[in-house]
Design a protein around this ligand. Structure first.
Ligand code: IFM
Length: 463
C-alpha cells in the first residue's frame, strides 16, 4: 500500500487530443500538422496515424465511465486547435467547442476536475504553411485561440495548461524533424522556443480574464547527470540542462533566458524583442511537470557530422553553430545502465523524480509555484490477460519518490498517470502502449489492465 498523500491532492490520468480522438475530418475539424506528417511515407512507424486512434471522439462517454470507475478526481486532456479554428484563425467552429463542452460537463457530473491543455502539438496546418512556430505571429494566433476556448469553458475548467512539453515540440518538431512538422533546423530552431513561450505568456492574461481556474505551463523535465566528473562532461551536463530544463522555465519563472552560450545563442538574441520577457513571466498558479527518466550526457566525442545544411537567411545561430562540434551540439547522450528499462528503452529511475523536484525547489526557490505532476508512466509490452506488473512497479516506485519529495517540503498538488488509454505514440505509431486501459485497435474494445485495478484500490482509500 502506498503512503498517504495530502488531502485535496488531485489524482488523474492524462491524454492528448491527437493521440486518442480520431475523427479527424468530422464536425469541421481542420488539418493539423500531425495529419500532414503522418501522411508522408516513412515518417511514422508502420504508416500509422491518428485518423481513428482510440475513437475517443465517439466513445468519450465510455472513457469518462472508465475514469469514474478508477476513482480519479481529475482528468488532463487537450483541445485540438484545428477543431476550434480549422485554419488557425478567425471565429470558433461551434461544433468543435461543443465536443469539449459535453466532455467537461460529463466530467463535472462525476466530480472529476478538468485539466485542459490548450496545445499538445497539433498546430493547424494553415499556420504551419505560414511559418508555424518559426513565425512570431503564431504566438498571437495562439492567444486568440485560447480566448475562444476560455470564453466557452472558462467557467468549468479547473486547471488550464497552455502548452505541453515545448522542449519536445521544438527539438523533435523543428530541430531534428522526427515529429511534425518535420523541420530539421538544428540550432536554427531556437526562435521556435521563444515563440512558444511568447504564446504562453500572451495567453496567460487572456485566460485570467476569462476563468477563475488555475493556470499552468507543462514541461518535461529530466535530472541531468554528467557521465564523469571531468570539467568537460560537467559543462556538457550544464549545457543540456539549459536546453531541456531551463529554456522553458527560466524565462517563465525568472524573466530571463538561461545561459545558452554553448549553443551560440547570445544573451540578447535577435528574436527576443523588448518587453517579451515581461509578457512571458506573467505569474503562474502551477508548474506542470512531466517526468519519465533522467539523462546522462558527456562532452561530444566527435561523432560524424549530421551534414545538415542550415536554412537560408543569416542568423546568429547559424553563424555560431560553426564553432560547435561536428554534430553541432555541446553534449552527447550516454546510456544509463543498471536500471530496468521500459519497452521504449527508457531507464526506470523513480528516485529521479524526487531529485528533479527537490532540484526545481532549490533552483527556483520562492519563484517556484506549486507543482502538478502532469505526466508520469511507462510503455510496456502489454498483452490482454498478462498482468502489467512492470507498470504497477513503475507507478508504485514513482509515487513513493513523489511522496518523499513532498516530505522534503516540495509543494506538489497532484499526479496524472500517462495515460488513461493505450494510444497513438507519435512517431512510434501504436507500438508503444502506455495505458492503464488496453485498447484493441481493431475493435476499439477497452480492457482495464492490472495497473488500473491496482490504482483503483489505492485511490479507494481517498473516497
Ligand atoms: O505520449 C507522450 C505525450 O504525448 C507527451 N509526453 C510523453 C508521452 C510518452 O512519450
Amino acid at each position: 500500500m502506498l503512503p498517504r498523500f495530502p488531502d485535496g491532492f488531485l489524482w488523474g490520468t492524462a491524454t492528448a487530443a491527437y493521440q486518442i480522438e480520431g475523427a479527424v475530418k468530422e464536425d469541421g475539424r481542420g488539418t493539423s500538422i500531425w495529419d500532414a506528417f503522418c501522411a508522408e511515407p516513412g515518417r511514422v512507424k508502420n504508416g500509422d496515424s491518428g485518423d481513428v486512434a482510440c475513437d475517443h471522439y465517439h466513445r468519450w462517454p465510455e472513457d469518462v465511465a472508465l475514469m469514474a470507475g478508477l476513482g480519479v478526481n481529475a482528468y488532463r486532456f487537450s483541445v485540438a486547435w484545428p477543431r476550434i479554428q480549422p485554419d488557425g484563425r478567425g471565429p470558433a467552429n461551434a461544433k468543435g467547442l461543443d465536443f469539449y463542452d459535453r466532455l467537461v460537463d460529463a466530467l463535472a457530473e462525476r466530480d472529476i476536475t478538468p485539466a485542459l491543455t490548450l496545445y499538445h502539438w497539433d498546430l493547424p496546418q494553415a499556420l504551419q504553411d505560414a511559418g508555424g512556430w518559426t513565425h512570431r505571429d503564431t504566438a498571437h494566433r495562439f492567444a486568440e485561440y485560447a480566448c475562444l476556448v476560455a470564453d466557452r469553458l472558462g467557467d468549468r475548467v479547473g486547471v488550464w495548461i497552455t502548452l505541453n512539453e515545448p522542449f519536445v515540440h521544438m527539438t523533435e518538431g523543428y530541430g531534428i524533424g522526427t515529429h511534425a512538422p518535420g523541420e530539421a533546423l538544428l540550432l536554427e530552431a531556437f526562435p521556435v522556443a521563444h515563440h512558444l513561450m511568447l504564446a504562453h505568456g500572451l495567453a496567460v492574461p487572456a485566460l485570467r480574464e476569462r476563468t477563475a481556474g488555475q493556470i499552468a505551463l507543462t514541461n518535461n523535465y529530466s535530472p541531468v547527470w554528467a557521465a564523469t566528473d571531468s570539467a568537460a562532461d560537467r559543462a556538457a551536463a550544464t549545457a543540456f540542462d539549459a536546453l531541456q530544463n531551463r529554456l522553458f522555465t527560466d524565462p517563465v519563472l525568472l524573466g530571463r533566458l538561461p545561459d545558452l552560450s554553448a549553443y551560440g545563442v547570445p544573451d540578447d538574441p535577435p528574436f527576443v524583442r523588448d518587453g517579451d520577457l515581461a509578457v512571458i513571466s506573467a505569474p503562474l498558479d502551477l508548474l506542470g511537470v512531466n517526468y519519465y527518466s533522467p539523462t546522462r550526457v558527456a562532452a561530444p566525442r566527435g561523432r560524424a557530422t549530421t551534414g545538415a545544411v542550415p536554412a537560408p537567411g543569416a542568423s546568429v545561430l547559424r553563424e555560431v553553430s560553426e564553432h560547435l562540434d561536428d554534430a553541432g551540439l555541446p553534449f552527447e547522450d550516454v546510456p544509463i545502465d543498471g536500471h530496468p528499462v521500459t519497452a521504449f528503452g527508457w531507464p526506470v529511475v523513480p528516485d529521479g523524480l524526487r531529485e528533479l523536484l527537490t532540484g526545481l525547489r532549490d533552483t527556483y526557490a520562492a519563484a517556484l509555484p506549486p507543482i502538478l505532476i502532469t505526466e508520469n508512466g511507462c510503455s510496456a509490452r502489454d498483452e490482454p490477460g498478462r498482468p502489467d506488473r512492470d507498470r504497477i512497479d513503475y507507478l508504485d516506485g514513482h509515487l513513493r519518490a513523489l511522496h518523499a519529495a513532498i516530505g522534503d517540503g516540495v509543494d506538489v498538488r497532484g499526479y496524472f498517470v500517462w495515460s488513461l488509454l493505450d494510444n497513438f505514440e507519435w512517431a512510434e505509431g501504436y507500438d508503444q502502449r502506455f495505458g492503464l486501459v488496453h485498447v484493441d485497435y481493431a475493435t476499439q474494445k477497452r480492457t482495464p489492465k492490472a495497473s488500473y485495478h491496482w490504482l483503483r484500490e489505492e485511490l479507494a482509500r481517498y473516497r
